[in-house]
Design a protein around this ligand. Structure first.
Ligand code: ZN
Ligand code: ZN
Ligand code: ZN
Length: 344
């Protein structure tokens, strides 16, 4: 994430802010100009024309519309369906989930990844179906032909954490779900449509033509062998598609967090030369996915920082912020994603 300044008082404000807590300036995010701008009333006059506040402001959306005609912002317009509001918990879950979605869309924009909305392309365009699991209605998170289904009930921390423990996962967040599912979307739009990329994908991740249903059944019936030496997570072992989606999500985790660290000038000189073959433990993140020749350059900045962040978390009695280790074969998979995203 980038660092933003309040146009009223120049203090640092979060990307998510609806107003500046210091000076009270009403804020909104202008996607076209990648800026938090001051809004008076409902409208804002940008370089590209008049925009207005998204109608979902009440649910925390701080984006502007693309023009004066629209009532919802680009991110909200990607939502194809959602439950009828009414119950307070559904409203809260929608707000929380849409927040994670705006973080995703911001990052995709930063990476220059194409987003074709279902409104422009009904068959295969990107859409989000937001639905909530209830006692008699189970929602499966997933992707199908551009449509990403998200289970809103996972916006509830206690529920999502219970699932994480039940499934034996190291990490489970709403943003993580979005980053994983968008990986399936980009596999469909960038990999499947390109014979050379598809061939390179099969060499790296395996042949996706194996039966997907059987693979998932085998995964959930247990008995998975050791995975740490060639996958980023146990779930990635289920099928080459899942391996790709997990790796893609992981690439977004690393690049997004490094961007935040770099934006604040967070850098580490490290405790010295005696910490193994890597030499000094230093990190001065200034790389972007576009400027890094190889994912190895990104990881050289990331791994010391991840270690430090984990120790900071442990010092507060919390679990690791970054509960992963990256084996060499996973570096190769990340390299594949890096080339795909950076257009190399
Ligand atoms: Zn301010
Ligand atoms: Zn919106
Ligand atoms: Zn998946």
């Amino acid at each position: 994430m980038r660092i933003f300044a309040c146009p009223g008082c120049s203090r640092v404000v979060y990307y998510d802010n609806l107003s500046c807590l210091a000076c009270g300036t009403e804020l909104a995010y202008d996607r076209e100009n990648v800026a938090l701008v001051a809004v008076v009333g409902e409208r804002y006059r940008a370089a590209g024309g008049v925009r207005r506040r998204c109608m979902n402001t009440i649910a925390g959306c701080n984006w502007l519309t693309a023009d004066d005609e629209a009532s919802e912002c680009f991110s909200c317009l990607l939502t194809r369906s959602r439950p009828v509001e009414g119950e307070q918990n559904i409203f809260d879950w929608l707000a929380e989930t849409s927040h994670a979605k705006r973080w995703l869309i911001f990052q995709l924009d930063e990476l220059g990844l194409p987003i074709v909305s279902h409104r422009d392309k009904p068959n295969g365009g990107l859409a989000f179906d937001l639905d909530a699991t209830t006692d008699d209605h189970r929602v499966m998170i997933g992707h199908m032909n551009g449509v990403i289904t998200i289970d809103l009930s996972e916006a509830q921390d206690s529920h999502r954490e219970a699932l994480r423990v039940l499934l034996g996962e190291a990490y489970r967040t709403m943003l993580g779900h979005f980053r994983h599912e968008i990986g399936h979307y980009y596999w469909m739009t960038l990999v499947a449509s390109d014979p050379a990329r598809l061939e390179a994908f099969r060499e790296r991740f395996g042949d996706e033509r194996q039966d997907y249903g059987q693979a998932l059944t085998a995964h959930y019936s247990g008995g998975v062998a050791a995975w740490q030496h060639d996958h980023i997570s146990q779930y990635a072992t289920t099928h080459p598609w899942e391996d790709f989606a997990e790796t893609f999500a992981h690439y977004l985790h690393i690049c997004g967090t490094l961007q935040s660290a770099g934006a604040f000038g967070l850098s580490m000189a490290g405790p010295g030369e005696e910490l193994g073959a890597r030499g000094s433990l230093t990190s001065h993140p200034t790389l972007t996915p576009q400027s890094a020749a190889s994912v190895r350059d990104i990881l050289a900045e990331w791994q010391p920082l991840a270690l430090a962040l984990n120790l900071v978390n442990r010092s507060l009695g919390k679990g690791d912020l970054y509960p992963f280790t990256i084996a060499d074969p996973v570096v190769e998979k990340l390299e594949y994603v890096h080339r795909l995203v950076s257009g190399r």
